[in-house]
Design a protein around this ligand. Sequence first.
Ligand code: BG6
Ligand code: MG
Length: 218
Amino acid sequence: MIQAYIFDLDGVIVDTAVYHYRAWKRLANELGFDFTEAQNEALKGISRARSLQLILEWGGVQRTPAEQKELAGRKNEWYVEMISRMTPDEILPGAKELLAQAKDVGIRTALGSASKNAGIILERTGLLPLFDVIVDGNTVSASKPDPEVFLQCAAKLGIAPAHCMIFEDAIAGIAAARAAGMKVIGIGDAAVLTGADAVLPGLQDMTIAKLQTLTANS
Ligand code: BG6
Ligand code: MG
């Protein structure tokens, strides 16, 4: 029986995955190269520093640790500029409704995100009160696909991993959920998110009963 829902943030609750993509693309373009949408899938769910390393590898570009810090900071400034203007309208369809349903029936809720900017986004969108626990990039040391972020959520909620269900749009996040021994619903394209118990295009019209059916036999 599922007792907790743990939500990734970027690309599951809000459409910020697109803002991350725009900011990284701008940085890569300034450095004189580009990367594909398929490559961008590999950036989802992983930390800012690791994302930059991958992008520099793709561009065949080398930078010192100090330069990397500056580049990651530049990307983050553009990203923060975009998310600082967010409104509750940018909550993805169905996300708030599912969080509210969980509250109504006593399913505990957590945010399990790699982002250090989760606080700004939750504040801008007014979603903070709907989460019992927040674990984000400021509190974890190992990036997804390491299960640390989700295991911290379960521990803080006081619920066994086997009773947690994760909602994730990233390949790395699905691997993290699996490694944590949790059920996982992929949000996005089933051809990309192999390894999830079930994949949905989004959370629109999702109910707790439907989620139970989807994962009952997995
Ligand atoms: C994840 C995103 O949620 O957070 C990644 O999927 C991002 O794309 C990571 O790199 C870290 O985010 P931030 O906001 O700390 O740069
Ligand atoms: Mg995500």
